[in-house]
Design a protein around this ligand. Sequence first.
Ligand code: GLV
Ligand code: GLV
Length: 322
Amino acid sequence: MATNRPKVLLTRELPEVAIEKLEEKVDLEIFPHDRVMTPEELKEKVSDKDGLLCLLTDTISPELMDAAPRLKVVSNYAVGYNNIDVTAATERKIIVTNTPDVLTETTADMTFGLMLMTARKVLEAGDLLRSGKWKGWSPMQFMGADIHGSTLGIIGMGRIGKALTQRARGFNMNVVYWNRTRLTVREEKKLGLRYVKFNEVLLQSDFLSLNVAYNQDTHHLIDEAALQKMKQSAFLINTSRGGIIDEEALLDALESDKIAGAGLDVFENEPNINPRFLSLKNTVILPHIASASVATREKMAMVAVDNLLAVFAGKKPKYQVV
Ligand code: GLV
Ligand code: GLV
């Protein structure tokens, strides 16, 4: 049956509530396999679509947009949107949306989890127990670093950085931060934050958390020179995007104990992890799950759907990137 409902492609199954809501309003095609679409598949499937609901694992290039002449909106199921060529979208009058806010607290929780896991050697200790080789309580076993009383340095003071700051207060930490634009003094006071220069954050942090968006300006922001400045006792935590760190430089630093450890949820070439990470005892690696709670993923799906439907209703989406 021909309809004049917008045609929309969803590149992967999402929580059911979101799909039901979409199907009320649009002709929905869902890529049926539980894997990332190949560029060819995406190009073919999007060619007659008015809307695209995609994931951070889908690359939305100018070529793809050119293959989809009817495309009005790309709704990304993620807060980060470095997978989308936003400039090319703007040139083609394609609206791009994302899903901030709803994942802030869940991501901040996991960032703290990574701090604890790395500093207190949680995985390594748990593995010993599971291996059946634990000989009993021992005074010197798995001694880690304290979170309380230490200094948390936050690079990027957006929503997630602020949510981390709140948690840090509960843990009695000092917080210093660097951001491209400084917060107002009033806001800093309210949050209990101290603004310092980028290099100073590196020098002062016992835990350094990266919470900036990934783009040309933040590519390899943490490189060899930055790692050199960090304390040998410091831990690097990344729940943002892998490309913010020069991984080769980080691996060198971790392998030679130039820093104490790292807690990483994201990598440069996901899902291909540099194998050198796998044998590092001082590093906790997770498969990009910082926002993965049932409640948050449902909310993200609803936000992504609402953003998309707003465009077809002629309204401004709540979270429009461009
Ligand atoms: C997850 O990495 C996101 O950007 O939402
Ligand atoms: C993401 O929501 C951020 O602004 O940190």
